[in-house]
Ligand binder design. Structure first.
Ligand SMILES: C[S@@+](CC[C@H](N)C(=O)[O-])C[C@H]1O[C@@H](n2cnc3c(N)ncnc32)[C@H](O)[C@@H]1O
Length: 212
């Protein structure tokens, strides 16, 4: 099984509720009614970026992902949706092709646990965000042990594709704890952001960039 199979398995899974919950929370943190430039780091099949662009019609949403198969899937969905205020770029979220202080909103769902040196990601988020920008990062947090990870997979994804279940299990074990994320934020000049455990497997990291 190669990376294209995994991208396809991920893109075919039904994350509608999860994505809507994410976008609802983003709408609480940032104003969808005012013009804004937003970036979705690790956009994957771009479902969230397209949902954001559709609900926040005055925003421009740029999704970036470093996986070409994922980006191809996202580009197909963008074309089908006919949404005009979203675009997708192949890029590494740790070294984005954007000048300093570009974005009013920087958000990400389920990227952090993919990044082996997360301080670099947090520093890049700080660099590309404007003073006063909204930051919203949601990710899994690591369960106590492998048995707990297995139970979470069986509880929330019992009938999913085997590749997806395997990725979910590995993602849970690769995820950071809230304490580890707190240390990453302190090391990256983002120690003022809030970390909140929001479900039995997710945490939110959010706040604004200082200096507005
Ligand atoms: C679990 S998927 C989440 C996709 C999307 N955010 C969502 O919620 O549906 C993680 C995505 O992050 C991408 N990714 C991993 N490391 C990355 C990096 N350093 N820069 C950009 N994208 C990355 C992967 O290619 C994958 O598409």
């Amino acid at each position: 099984m190669d990376i294209e199979d995994r991208a396809q398995a991920y893109a075919e899974a039904d994350f509608l509720d999860v994505n809507e919950t994410f976008v609802d929370r983003l709408a609480e943190l940032a104003d969808f009614s005012r013009p804004a430039l937003a970036v979705d780091l690790g956009t994957g099949p771009a479902d969230i970026a397209l949902m954001v662009a559709s609900r926040a019609s005055r925003w421009r949403a740029i999704g970036i992902d470093m996986s070409l198969p994922m980006l191809h899937i996202g580009q197909g969905r963008r074309r089908e949706s006919k949404i005009q205020n979203a675009s997708l770029i192949l890029a590494d979220a740790k070294s984005c092709p954007f000048p300093d202080a570009t974005f009013d909103v920087v958000y990400s769902n389920s990227l952090l646990h993919h990044v082996a040196s997360p301080d670099g990601l947090w520093r890049e988020i700080r660099r590309i965000a404007k003073p006063g920008a909204t930051i919203f990062v949601r990710d899994l947090f690591r369960p106590h042990d492998a048995d707990a990870a297995y139970r979470i997979v069986e509880q929330y994804a019992p009938f999913e594709h085997a590749l997806l279940k395997e990725d979910f299990y590995n993602s849970l074990l690769a995820a950071y704890t809230a304490a580890e994320v707190r240390a990453q934020l302190e090391a990256s000049g983002l120690g003022h952001l809030t970390i909140r455990i929001v479900t039995d497997r997710h945490m939110d990291i959010f706040g604004t960039i200082r200096g507005a």
